[in-house]
Design a protein around this ligand. Sequence first.
Ligand SMILES: Nc1ncnc2c1ncn2[C@@H]1O[C@H](COP(=O)(O)OP(=O)(O)O)[C@@H](O)[C@H]1O
Ligand SMILES: [Mg+2]
Length: 329
Amino acid sequence: MNEPLRAEPASDLTYFAFAASATTPASLATSAAATAASDLPEVLAGRYLIERLLGVGGMGAVYRARDLLREQFGDPEPYIAVKTLSDEFTEYPDAHALLYTEFALTARLSHRHVVRLFGFDVDALSQRAFITLELLKGPTLDQLLSERPEGLTWDELREIAVPLIEALAYSHSRGVIHGDIKPSNVILAEDGLRLFDYGLGQPLEGVLKNLPRLSRNRFKAWTTRYAAPELLDGGEPSAASDMYALGCLLYEMASGRHPFRRLSAKQAKALALDKELQRPPHLAHGWLTLQAALAFDADQRTASLTQLLNIFRRPAPSRLQRWFGRAHG
Ligand SMILES: Nc1ncnc2c1ncn2[C@@H]1O[C@H](COP(=O)(O)OP(=O)(O)O)[C@@H](O)[C@H]1O
Ligand SMILES: [Mg+2]
């Protein structure tokens, strides 16, 4: 490739993990780019022409690419996203298996609010494994939240919460635990919300039985402020740990603030911050359920996705209802 790959400017529709603002120091952008796939060939598997870096997360680097085969057949939209592991992860002996597991989990899912997967491949020459996905255009939820420090209105909140909970409930119904629900793994795409990045996901017992069960703990890739306490103690991701992360996200959207001052669940538990949790103003009816979703103890996390869906499917509460909610805590 003639030019080194760069993240797109922050003004572009897609949000980039390390190019969050125009003020990102050049050194930071450079070092983050260095953790992307530095020796990535220009064309993968003789078919996917890498155009530019879209974003890097805890484990992967995602690029915009052109599918030359589609282009050859005159497809006017041959653009796709290619996800490969960042350099530090390709060092692991089971790196391919790690990416394949993400592929296999996502491949079980076909839902309008879950990212659409195309394939898994290994570039023979470079021995790089990669996943091909639909190219999503739009900001991540992370970006929206950083622009809305006061939180979202009820209508905005339900516009995001409903498809997000639907996507998660569908994933669970297919035996797939997401494992890493957080704002940077949700894109508000032009044609609707998408949940993506099942890289820390886990199949439920009995699902995808022949896949190697990789312990994600050694990668320490979790964003601790959305990780349930049992994950931080070395536990496996579960429907309950997804619920905790979702609870944090819903609270953050509703109030503009992380429920526990952006602390990890273990720190928050030690400080008993659950006792001080303040109800976001327009969450009168859902408050008890949201509190249950945020319980530190997995056994106490009794909220269900169906309950949450019912809460967020309601129309905006009237002023009077809000007053009642306040009166009844
Ligand atoms: N299909 C996609 N289309 C456009 N951008 C994407 C797509 N998938 C991921 N990205 C961008 O790349 C970033 C990292 O992707 P992600 O799958 O979350 O990697 P990681 O597993 O390292 O967290 C995302 O936060 C997002 O900005
Ligand atoms: Mg991610």
